[in-house]
Design a protein around this ligand. Structure first.
Ligand code: PLP
Length: 385
């Protein structure tokens, strides 16, 4: 049995987005080389699959991206890394988040690459690696202005010496993370990039040895090839969306669609109210389609009165409260809607631009970002690959 509210995850679109990105990185690298600027080799791709691959399902997505050629996969914490390692992923897996003491064993048992973001984390890993008599590769995180995790960029000589001289730890790469790559007006983006490069020079002075560099999330990747370095770290782009408000010529296809079916059609008279709180009152004789999808499935309550769903190729407004398991759309203008008709929340129902809704548009209706729309897809929604 399957519920009629289900997500389709198009793994071909995912692989094709990966290839589009590779081609874009390669083409721009050729242009840069001709101009004597930017990287001279296309960067590798660290494919970000944290948060259950932005709601798409970590295992299927990780396997697809590994086959497509991702150099490395990245997750938020050890638990996420273990899940995809146990599913058979063999590519290196980078863990972005801070390590807690209990996590340390997982790094070794599942061959994960930790991010070291503090002297304490370095000390714990050095002790654990020494106890196992192994040498562990790690990525060093420099904080260039986001002010979350990482060694501050401006006092590295004081904070890094112990880590860099740890005999059982091997620095493989150094990275930073941008706070405003998706804000074209913000001067912080450029400042962070320059501070990252200055930090790299300090690492040279400290004798940190050869290492790779990475910094660019999706927005930074689209905005400025000077931030590409040896690897880029896209998430959202792989799932087929450009971070708003940016635009790109990249040919991307949204990977996820979300749909359901009409389970009942109800007529209401002028003056009658619909749903919890009775906030929608019919101003004309109205036909409503009842759809078995609600906030437990990840459809935000703020869609009420703001969002639409596609029914029979038309945009039908979501009216009345979005409840836990159900919502109602006004299909008065749609024509002959009947139980069983397909309802699309994310995806297409025809060739015209009006017949497509993506997570970026849905996010704009409710004042959030497409990341949140994707990640909040409910756990009871079956992902069909
Ligand atoms: C989530 C994340 C990314 C990917 O961000 P997108 O905007 O989805 O491309 C890259 N780097 C780090 C450190 C992240 O946490």
């Amino acid at each position: 049995m399957i519920r009629c509210t289900a997500a389709r995850v198009n793994l071909d679109a995912l692989a094709s987005n990966f290839r589009a990105l590779e081609a874009y990185l390669a083409a721009d690298t050729v242009l840069n080389r001709a101009a004597g600027a930017g990287p001279s080799r296309p960067p590798g791709i660290i494919a970000v699959v944290k948060a259950n691959a932005y709601g798409h399902g970590a295992v299927a997505v990780a396997r697809t991206l590994e086959s497509a050629g991702a150099t490395m996969l990245a997750v938020a914490d050890i638990e996420e890394g273990v899940e995809i390692r146990e599913a058979g992923v063999r590519a290196p897996i980078l863990v972005f988040g801070a390590l807690s003491v209990s996590d340390v064993a997982g790094v070794f048992d599942h061959r994960l690459t930790p991010t070291v973001a503090s002297p304490g984390a370095g000390r714990a890993l050095e002790a654990a690696a020494a106890a196992r008599a192994v040498r562990l590769k790690y990525h060093l995180k420099i904080d260039t202005g986001l002010n979350r995790l990482g060694f501050r960029h401006d006092n590295l000589p004081r904070t890094l010496i112990e880590l860099l001289t740890s005999p059982h730890l091997e620095l493989e790469a150094v990275h930073t993370h941008f706070g405003t790559a998706d804000e074209p007006e913000s001067p912080l983006f450029d400042r962070q990039r320059r501070q990252f490069e200055a930090a790299s020079r300090v690492l040279d002075e400290l004798g940190a040895g050869p290492r790779l560099r990475h910094a660019a999330n999706s927005a930074a990747l689209v905005r400025d090839s000077r931030g590409w370095y040896d690897f880029v770290r896209p998430g959202l782009l792989l799932y087929g969306l450009v971070p708003p408000p940016l635009h790109s010529t990249l040919a991307l296809t949204p990977v996820m669609s979300l749909g359901s079916r009409v389970v009942a059609v109800k007529g209401v008279r002028v003056g009658e109210a619909v749903g919890y709180g009775a906030r929608f009152v019919a101003a004309r004789p109205t036909r409503l389609a009842v759809v078995p999808a609600g906030y437990a499935d990840g459809l935000d309550r703020r869609l009420e009165g703001r969002g639409v769903a596609l029914v029979r190729g038309c945009r039908a407004p979501i009216v009345g409260a979005v409840s836990m398991d159900m919502l109602t759309v006004d299909v008065t203008d749609v024509g002959d809607v009947a139980p069983g008709d397909e309802v699309v929340f994310l995806g297409s129902q025809g060739p015209s631009p009006w017949q497509t809704i993506d997570a970026r548009e849905m996010a704009s209706w409710i004042g959030t970002i497409p990341y949140e729309v994707l990640c909040r897809l409910g756990s009871r929604v079956e992902r069909q690959y």
